[in-house]
Design a protein around this ligand. Sequence first.
Ligand SMILES: NC(=O)c1ccc[n+]([C@@H]2O[C@H](COP(=O)([O-])OP(=O)(O)OC[C@H]3O[C@@H](n4cnc5c(N)ncnc54)[C@H](OP(=O)(O)O)[C@@H]3O)[C@@H](O)[C@H]2O)c1
Length: 270
Amino acid sequence: MDLGLKGKTALVTAASRGFGKAVALQLAAEGARVAICARGENDLEEAAEDIRVSGKKFYGGAAGEVLARALDVTDDAAMAGFVADIEGRWGGIDLLLVNAGGPPAGTFSELDLNQWEAAYRLTLESAVRMCRLVMPGMMTRGWGRIVQITSVSVLQPVENLLLSSVMRPAVHALTRNLALEGGPHGVTVNSVAPGYHTTSAVERLIAKKVEQTGCTRDDVLAEWSAEIPLGRLGKPEELAALVLFLMSAGSGYITGQCIVSDGGWVKGTF
Ligand SMILES: NC(=O)c1ccc[n+]([C@@H]2O[C@H](COP(=O)([O-])OP(=O)(O)OC[C@H]3O[C@@H](n4cnc5c(N)ncnc54)[C@H](OP(=O)(O)O)[C@@H]3O)[C@@H](O)[C@H]2O)c1
C-alpha cells in the first residue's frame, strides 16, 4: 500500500530509541525526510544512521535525508531553533510526531510538587510547544498530520503511574481541540494510546517493580501478559505502523481520535 509519504517532511521528537525511533525508521522507509531529536548524542547519532539506511533502501542507494539535533523537548529556544532549521533546509513540516519521555512512576503519597511540575512541562507543555511551532505552517499550507503519543492511561488509570494518568488525558484533550481548529485547514490531529510495548521505558518500569517486590523480570512479564488478551507485550514497530497510517494520505477523514494499541488491555466498552 502506498501511504503517500514520499517526499514529505517529518519531525519526530524523542526519537533516539523506542517509539520515536520506530516511527522515524518507517517514515524513512516510505521516502519521507526525517528530523529527529533527543537529549543523548550517542543514541541519537546511532538512530540517525539507522534511519539513513532505512531511507537508502527506499531510494535504492541514495541515503535517506535525516537531520538530528541533541536537545531537550522542554527547552523552548532549542525546539524553536530546530524547527526553524528544518524549515530553512526542507521547507515546511508536513508530519509531526509529538513524543517525549514519560513522567516517572509513583503514587500520590510518593510524588512531590516539583515532580508534578516537571511532569506538566515534559508531557503537556512540550506537546503544546511543538504544536504551536509546527501547526500554524501546516494550516497556512492547507495540509498536515499531527500524531501525539499518549498512553492507555488516557482511558484508564494505570497502577503506580499517577503522573501519566493525570497528564495524558490533558494531552488527548489538546488533540481533540486542535482537531477542531486544524480541520478547516486540512490538518488532522490524532492521539495514539499505547499499552505495554517492549521499549527501554518499559524495561525501566520492570526494573523498578523487580526492585520493589523482589520478583524476577520474567515474573513481571508473566503478570502483565496475563492481563493482555493477546498474551504479550507489543513491539514498537507495531505502534509505529499505526502512527504511519494516521500520517498517511488514506487517513484523511480521521481526526480528533485516540486510537489504542494495547493487545486488548483496556477493558472498557468504548
Ligand atoms: N513503551 C511503552 O510501553 C509505553 C506505553 C505507554 C506510553 N508510553 C510513552 O511513550 C513515550 C515514548 O516511550 P518509549 O517507550 O519509546 O521510551 P524510550 O524507549 O525510553 O525512548 C524515549 C526517547 O525519548 C527521548 N527523550 C526522553 N526525554 C526527552 C526529553 N526531555 N527531550 C528530548 N528527548 C527525550 C529519549 O532519549 P534521551 O533520553 O537521550 O533524551 C529516547 O529517545 C513516553 O512518553 C512513554 O511514557 C510508552
